[in-house]
Design a protein around this ligand. Structure first.
Ligand code: GDP
Ligand code: IMO
Ligand code: MG
Length: 427
């Protein structure tokens, strides 16, 4: 089997974790390579439901190895909560969970700054998850960050936290009228957290390289989605990492030659959490119906997800910037009771036909989606386990999605559970 990158092709929450959990049946090692606890990845197995924020969803399979790569921004408190939750549910991650010693650490300065900036921005707020993601990545690039390995040695940690505290406490005082955070307390708390995560910490790049050489099968689990990518998304209404497939290599310490397939997870309609443009958004009863049936409430923040029709210019963009080889189409079952389904084939903008969502925000806001109407199927798809057993109109809808995007369908998901999946062509 190939080494696969599984990424979101829209604005996140496409059902990546469900797909990763399913594809893990056929893999050995699962790697998170970017983002942080802003992600909310839901996996349902039997009657158990797990929401992962940092640990790869492959951990549910007791024989698989999971890795948190250098491209992730790690909140150690959240990591330890997830480890405790796994133990409570009878899953032991010890000996098969590894965390990169060169991943950056989300500190209390980052979450406080995230919230203070959002509050100050008022109407211009991005609508972040408040998990400190942007400030942590900023400090990384600004070369004043703290890395996981630093938590294991006070000589490394102390000067870095002191330097960071100087910068951010001044910001709290001068710009945000927010309370300062005592570096001594942070040093004490994070050294203690470091000791707790120590058994999991190592150079993961070296480990992964050996796995690739040994012919082990890897899955790279993306977080967020392509249109939240800091370069390719609706900037500035994006997250602060590269969410695209190309980053799987960089964020896990491997070269791009380790990747064979790029699976774009695509919801059969579109959702977005947080602020920013969304051309096919439905602010009416149809949008409410999608939200209700699709249970579209954020797995991290509980916020209502904004809902709309499938948007081909968005997923075409994902096909281009990720080099998608397969589509994994999720939540088809959510459309089971719609008489008609709209599909946005392209945009009209300033008298031009656009096939891809544009990079400039002002241009996106001038785009009018052009729709094609397709008949619904008014039948339950949840029990379907093969292409042939799907209703004819569901097949037509899926084929139209694939045709518009120019990428073949690898698999289809018709329910949240592991077995509610149909493999079409994953070669
Ligand atoms: P992720 O962030 O991309 O992993 O997605 P989330 O977990 O945030 O959101 C997807 C939601 O849809 C979760 O509650 C999943 O359990 C659920 N889900 C995934 N696939 C399907 C599907 O095919 N049908 C239905 N009805 N729910 C699904
Ligand atoms: P998963 O992995 C959906 C959104 C936030 C906000 C923007 C920036 O579950 O698909 P951030 O906290 O990252 O600085 O917020 O990005 N966002 C997500 N939306 N799914 C996610 O992750 C997201 N992670 C961040 O709502 O609009
Ligand atoms: Mg999610």
């Amino acid at each position: 089997m190939a080494n696969r990158v599984v990424i979101g092709s829209q604005w996140g929450d496409e059902g990546k974790a469900k797909i990763v959990d399913f594809l893990t049946l056929d893999a050995d090692v699962i790697v998170r390579f970017q983002g942080g606890a802003n992600a909310g990845h839901t996996v349902e197995v039997g009657d158990k439901k797990f929401v992962f924020h940092l640990i790869p969803s492959g951990i549910m399979h007791p024989t698989k190895v999971c890795v948190v790569g250098n491209g992730v921004v790690l909140d150690p408190i959240q990591t330890l909560n997830e480890i405790a939750d796994l133990h409570n549910k009878g899953i032991n991650p010890e000996g098969r969970l590894f965390i990169a010693d060169n991943a950056h650490v989300v500190l209390p300065y980052h979450s406080a700054l995230d919230r203070a900036k959002e509050k100050k921005a008022g109407k211009a707020a991005i609508g972040t998850t408040g998990r400190g993601i942007g400030p942590c990545y900023s400090d990384k690039v600004n070369r004043i960050g703290v890395r996981v390995g630093d938590l294991l040695d006070e000589k490394e940690l102390r000067p870095r936290v002191e330097a960071m505290a100087k910068v951010h406490n001044e910001e709290f005082r001068m710009m945000f009228d927010a309370p300062e955070i005592d570096p001594e307390q942070v040093i004490k708390d994070y050294l203690a957290l470091g000791q707790k995560i120590k058994p999991f910490v190592r150079d993961v790049s070296d480990f992964l390289f050996a796995q690739v050489k040994a012919g082990k099968r890897l899955i790279f689990e993306g977080a967020q989605g392509t249109i939240l990518d800091v370069d390719h998304g609706t900037y500035p209404f994006v997250t602060s990492s590269n969410t695209v497939a190309g980053y799987a290599a960089c964020g896990s310490g491997l070269g791009p030659t380790a990747i064979d397939q790029v699976v774009g997870v695509v919801k059969a309609y579109t959702t977005r959490v947080g602020n920013g443009p969304f051309p096919t958004e439905l602010l009416d009863a149809t949008g409410d119906k999608l939200r209700k049936i699709g249970n579209e409430y954020g797995a991290t923040t509980g916020r209502n997800r904004r809902c709309g029709w499938f948007d081909a210019p968005v997923v075409r963009k994902a096909a281009v910037v990720n080099g998608l080889t397969h589509l994994a189409i999720t939540k088809l079952d959510v459309l089971d009771t719609f008489d008609e389904i709209q599909i946005c084939t392209h945009y009209e903008c300033d008298g031009e036909k656009l096939d891809l969502i544009p990079n400039q925000l002002s241009k996106v806001s001038r785009c009018t989606p052009v729709y094609e109407t397709m008949p619904g199927w008014n039948a339950s798809t949840t029990a379907c386990r093969s292409w042939d057993s799907l209703p004819e109109n569901a097949k037509k809808y899926l084929m139209r999605m694939s045709e518009l995007v120019g990428v073949k369908i690898g698999m289809i998901s018709i329910g949240a559970k592991r077995d509610e999946s149909i493999i079409i062509d994953m070669d």
